[in-house]
Ligand binder design. Structure first.
Ligand code: KE4
Length: 421
């Protein structure tokens, strides 16, 4: 595969951008080789600067549930350009989007729009602390909630990809406010509550983990978190930045029937533009400025350009429930082959091929994977026109633009890898 233009662009990019990328996981560090510089996306495909075309299973890390450039989103963006891109003042569209989110996720009685999943998770954490008057947060090893200082503790995604357990630059005093326990381990959560009784503001969880690879909640895990948070007066926060409108229109809380006190959203609600949100009951959210003492702000929060894209995306998903049945069927087909030495986890249209024979149910079991073999698989698939997440510790996504033929071609490419093993 000709990568000459990507190679020269990387050399130029590295002179002005750390690692040549604006987000570490894009750097292909754990799979080897240099990242491909992308020229355009169309439907389920991306074309790189050397003209190579790939079936894309990253989908911008989740937002593109309808594929690249869905007509509904492009039309909405074009239409709003006529009135402007940002005012720094309230607009009717923001109310419509907040109402759409509330109607889809009833536990979000009130919503604040922000610009990234990191902002959403960080703000939800601050609200939990301000509302409860407590400082500590329980999170789960391998879960990632954006680059929030105190949550970069045993986090997943890019940290796991780069083999970093924590980030430099986070004061020990910040990290000390976070108690990190194994995902799916209710006993560990109960112990944390018992040893810090009255001090824990919240439990922050990816209801379906996607940042150690895709790891479903064990039966009873989410229900157990709900019970423990209620018992100890802590807020249960579902970080649904990835799962929101992905695993169901109402997110993981709808799919699993467990209601958190607060939710963070992102990715899909922006339709591919920078939008995220956090929310919860009116009782909790009315503690947020200007109504209450908990401060959070943002220059471009709720800007009409991004809000219009997000509204178009959510409106389409609400009007076309067949999107979810289709992408679920397509993902089930993609994950249906018994590949030697591979454990496949899937929830809805999120999936990960873990290179291990053993079940993957938490970060410790995920880390047993043969990441070198995953790297070889990744590049084999790239050579066969399939663009997977460049890390064993990430989820892949099937979108509505992936056809049955695209899935079949991807399965055949995977079978060829194992045939030559
Ligand atoms: P952003 O700040 O990147 O918009 O969202 C942070 C975030 C928060 N919560 C969850 C559950 C997330 O998955 C994310 C971001 N996901 C990663 C991919 N695993 C984004 C990709 C990247 O970091 O480049």
């Amino acid at each position: 595969m000709n990568k000459s233009r990507s190679t020269s662009l990387l050399e130029r990019a590295r002179k002005v951008i750390p690692g040549g990328v604006n987000s570490p996981v894009r750097a292909f560090r754990s799979v080897g080789g240099g990242p491909l510089f992308i020229k355009r996306g169309d439907g389920c495909r991306m074309t790189d600067e050397d003209g190579n075309v790939f079936i894309d299973f990253v989908g911008s890390w989740g937002p593109l549930i309808l594929g690249h450039k869905p007509k509904c989103v492009i039309d909405a963006i074009e239409a709003v350009l006529d009135i402007g891109t940002s005012f720094g003042a309230p607009t009717e569209r923001e109310i419509v989007l907040a109402e759409a989110i509330r109607d889809a996720v009833p536990s979000m009685e009130m919503v604040r729009l922000v610009n990234s999943g990191t902002e959403a998770a960080m703000s939800a954490l601050r609200v939990a602390r301000g509302f409860t008057g407590r400082d500590l947060c329980i999170k789960f090893e391998g879960c990632y909630h954006g680059h929030v200082d105190s949550l970069l503790v045993k986090a997943g995604s890019g940290l796991a990809t780069l083999g970093l357990s924590d980030s430099a630059g986070v004061p020990a005093s910040f990290a000390a406010t976070t108690i990190s326990v194994p995902f799916n381990d209710l006993a560990a959560v109960e112990m944390a509550f018992d040893s810090h009784d009255g001090q824990i503001a919240c439990v922050m969880v990816e209801a379906v983990a996607g940042n150690m690879g895709c790891v479903p909640p064990a039966p009873g895990f989410l229900e157990g978190l709900r019970t423990l948070c209620t018992r100890h007066g802590a807020l249960l926060i579902f970080d649904e930045v990835m799962t929101g409108f992905r695993v169901a229109y109402g997110g993981a809380q709808a799919r699993f029937g467990v209601t958190p006190d607060m939710t963070a959203l992102g990715k899909i609600i922006g339709g591919g533009l920078p939008i995220a949100a956090y929310g919860g009951s009116a009782e909790v959210m009315n503690h947020v400025a200007p109504m209450g003492p908990i401060y959070q702000a943002g220059t471009l929060s709720g800007n009409p350009l991004a809000v219009s894209a997000g509204l178009a995306m959510l409106s389409y998903l609400k009007a076309h429930p067949e999107v979810y049945t289709t992408i679920e069927e397509r993902t089930a087909a993609l994950c249906s082959d018994n590949l030697p030495g591979v454990t496949v986890n899937r929830v809805g249209s999120m999936f990960t091929f873990f290179f291990t024979d053993e079940p993957v149910f938490d970060y410790a079991s995920a880390k047993k994977c043969d990441t070198a073999k995953f790297g070889k698989f990744f590049h084999h698939m790239l050579d066969h026109g399939v663009y997977l997440a460049p890390s064993q510790f990430e989820a892949g996504f099937v979108g509505y633009a992936h056809s049955a033929a695209d899935i079949d071609a991807t399965r055949e490419a995977a079978r060829q890898f194992f045939a030559k093993e």
